[in-house]
Ligand binder design. Structure first.
Ligand code: NAI
Length: 209
């Protein structure tokens, strides 16, 4: 499936889980589309690809739709995650995942600062980064999060690739090179804020199209 489709499925799952928690059992494509800032035709197409069919009377059964989305998104089971760089951002990410994200568990954290090593920080044990390769294979980790200063990010990414990591989420403001077999994505709050600031200056919503 394309990256865009997967992004939409992730969003649908989040919306449907929220509705389910509110006690809602069914949803129409136009309701899901409105919440996902999408069109009903696109929602129907996405759900049809997964074999979900809605009824004109009651729409889609949320419970079954969530199972179908899960079969696509969670195929291959859980991924273990390792975080490298237990500084201000690393600690915030660790605390967020330790209490709010049951689907993703950070199994180990790593840092080069020996004062942080062998301590449990924000709910996660911190190891020395020199032990990354051995710990990752011991713990079955396949995803990596990079929260080190930009000048160290490429060497950390190389280390992750060498250790067999298959997906990397990079928070450092540095473009990183990894082989095609490894999926990498980047989050940059400053770039997001630049976009928000630019569009906030426009008077007309249509100019944002
Ligand atoms: P920090 O200085 O508080 O923490 C960095 C940590 O990385 C330290 O614990 C340090 O010992 C460790 N470290 C440095 N080199 C290492 C290496 N080679 N291997 C293992 N650990 C290493 O920095 P902070 O504020 O937590 O920022 C971390 C990164 O996140 C920076 O690149 C920063 O620019 C970026 N950042 C990105 C944001 C975003 O929106 N994507 C928002 C805030 C920060």
């Amino acid at each position: 499936m394309s990256m865009k489709t997967i992004e939409r499925l992730i969003l649908y799952r989040r919306i449907l889980e929220r509705l389910q928690a509110e006690g809602v059992a069914h949803v129409y494509s136009h309701e899901l589309a409105e919440r996902a800032n999408n069109t009903p035709a696109q929602v129907r197409r996405d759900l049809m690809v997964m074999g979900c069919s809605g009824s004109s009377k009651s729409g889609y059964l949320i419970k079954d739709t969530l199972v179908s989305i899960g079969e696509v998104l969670d195929r291959g089971g859980d991924h273990g995650i390792a975080l490298v760089g237990v500084g201000n951002l690393g600690r915030a990410v660790l605390s967020y995942f330790s209490c709010q994200q049951p689907r993703f568990r950070i199994k180990a954290a790593f840092d080069s600062d020996s004062t942080k090593v062998d301590r449990v920080i924000s709910g996660c044990r911190c190891h020395h980064v020199a032990d990354f390769g051995s710990k990752v294979s011991e713990l079955g980790v396949t995803l990596g999060i990079i929260t080190v200063p930009a000048q160290h990010a490429q060497s950390v990414a190389d280390m992750m690739v060498d250790a067999g990591i298959r997906g990397v989420l990079n928070f450092a403001p540095a473009p990183l090179r990894v082989p095609d077999s490894v999926f990498i994505d980047q989050i940059d709050i400053t770039m997001c804020l630049e976009k928000v600031a630019y569009f906030a200056r426009l008077d007309d919503a249509e100019e944002r199209e």
